[in-house]
Design a protein. Sequence first.
Length: 173
Amino acid sequence: MAAVGWLSKDVAVIAVPIVTILLGILIGWLGQRSGFCSIGGFRDFFMFRHTRLLYGYLALIGGAFIGYFVFWMITPLAFEHFFWYLTSGLTPVPGAPAGLLVAGYIILATIGGIAVGLIGVLLGGCPLRQLVMTSEGNVKALVFVVGMCIGAVMFTAWLSGWVVALMKGLGIA
């Protein structure tokens, strides 16, 4: 097969799952050792002016950007739309489902962010923290993780079509 960037597809088929597992183990270990929680970072900052967890959140954003940039350097065709905002302006991400207008995606992202934030505050941690607490044996966190998985499947299977149809009917799409 022809090489795409520095990595051929034959090598990528083997390397991607291995790198994914290793990065997952590393991120899980760091999340467990640091007590990282994005919602807790904002909570501690606004309530107590503590910034330790908030710096972790900022490091997560910076690390994600650097990681995507490194993988873009390795396989540029796999990340051809990496700089979509710089080249296209405020448009939906290329390949975004549903074919909505920008306002529709902003509304959906806002609703999802508010729901995750509210549920995270009520349960005492963001989804990553709940996964870490599940691996530590916390039953309440296990119920949250199972409910999160069931809710994602239910929304995708049943509700997403209705939401898109409603938004298109309201003229947001």
